[in-house]
Design a protein around this ligand. Sequence first.
Ligand code: NIG
Ligand code: FE
Length: 425
Amino acid sequence: MEVDILIKNASQLATCAGSERPRRGKEMSYDILIEDGWVAIKGDRIVGIGKESIPGEIETGPDTLIIDATGKTVVPGFVDSHTHLVHGGSRERELAMKLEGVSYLEILNRGGGILSTVRDTRAASEEQLLEKARKSLDIMLLHGTTTVEAKSGYGLNLDDEIKCLRVAKELNDTHPVDIVSTFMGAHAIPEEYRDDRGGYIDYLIEEVMPRVIRLKLAEFCDVFCEKGVFSVEESRKILARAREMGYGLKVHADEIEPVGGAELAGEVGAVSAEHLLAASDRGLEMMKANRVIAVLLPGTSFNLYTGKYARARDMINMGLPLAVATDYNPGSCPTENIQLIMSLACLKMKMTPEEVITAATINGAHAVGRAKETGSIEVGKKADVVVLDVPNIQYMPYHFGINHVDKVIKKGKLVVDNQKLLKFN
Ligand code: NIG
Ligand code: FE
């Protein structure tokens, strides 16, 4: 078979293979690497992988792109399984408040935080949101991210939530990066419902959520279950109805206070619980019992400035599968760079580079329901492959804060070369 792309001589090839279920415990670090590896691509699919010599049936011709990855490391395209991609404005003015010691929840209570981004997002046109999100998506792709989960939650009414979800859909259709949309109308209580929390929740359940799922604008539903935001009872009500409507479930759980979000994620059988900085042992056990993936976001811990990180080692030791993601958003984590997040996962949560690669690829794919298609380098999967200019996978988190991507192949097309975006339209 004549192939379209052949990547050969990779000093390391991280396959991260595994589509059946997320890797957990020791599986997060074992058996993910091939030394001196090669990958063959035809059309949008991976058609061969191996070590050292390339068998005769993998043929090259004049049109085959041959990539000599000598001294480089090849990994699956990163899956950023938790972002708030589409929003208006930015919140750099909160930095000084934070340095003075004003807490995240206090800023939110004063009408800042998420609510100030809601004002900016409502004021922005669909085109403006599209251009801003497209720039972020370009940055993500340049850093090796080929699949992104994008949550709504800065519109907080029917029209503005739909506006943001349509932007995500348009980007999914026109940009090489694949986008998985999550509805997160339960991100904050909007100002107009300040004195009528129950009214907002009923509005979400009765008007917004049915419309969003009917329009096929989101696959998952997420709730910010947090002290002063949505209580466990309120979150349970929203998630229960979401399940009936056909959404997969996600929970922003125990990000700041231990309110029982992890327990709730376990109880409702969510696909994932995210953040988990303050999760209890019982909550983690309930997640494990119900196969909930822990999506950890160390960039948010770093930027929230409280010194508190999720207990990744305990979670790995007890056999919970972990994903690692950016949480890209204008407040608690304004960065698109998943490589920086992977360094923080190592340095701040004591995850090994092998565990981190697994968490940012195949386990992230499981967390967004795409593990059959992407997240690992396996024959038959989509050819989402990144060539890193590093001699081994330890080098990437070690040499932190810079972009190590040399090339990105998305669905069999070279879309980044020598750190530059190629024209893809
Ligand atoms: O995941 N926690 C809730 N949502 C985001 C922050 C959103 C914001 O501050 O704008 C998060 O941290
Ligand atoms: Fe988030």
